[in-house]
Design a protein around this ligand. Structure first.
Ligand SMILES: [Zn+2]
Length: 90
């Protein structure tokens, strides 16, 4: 184990994690994309983070795509307002 390598890798990890959401969204330039993809293949830690993030994004998309159910939504809003103590509007 070379300490320099370890440091370099962890530095890279920080960089990778910062760009991960853009990478998943496809917002990253191609050159960075390749770099990131290569790192993700060699770094299980970042690969795991990516899977986690993708799971979260899928989850958010799923929730956003569900049609709103009026009764549910109004009681949910009421509950939310009570929880947040935001009973300003009526
Ligand atoms: Zn990494």
């Amino acid at each position: 184990m070379c300490p320099t390598n370890t440091k370099l890798r962890s530095d890279q990890c920080g960089d990778v994690l910062m760009r991960l959401s853009a990478f998943i969204d496809g917002d990253l330039e191609d050159c960075c994309c390749d770099e990131l993809a290569a790192h993700l293949e060699s770094c299980p830690e970042c690969a795991r983070k990516r899977a986690e993030m993708e799971g979260l994004i899928e989850l958010c998309k799923g929730v956003a795509e569900k049609p709103e159910v009026p009764e549910l939504s109004s009681s949910f809003r009421e509950r939310l307002r009570k929880t947040l103590c935001l009973e300003t509007e009526d």
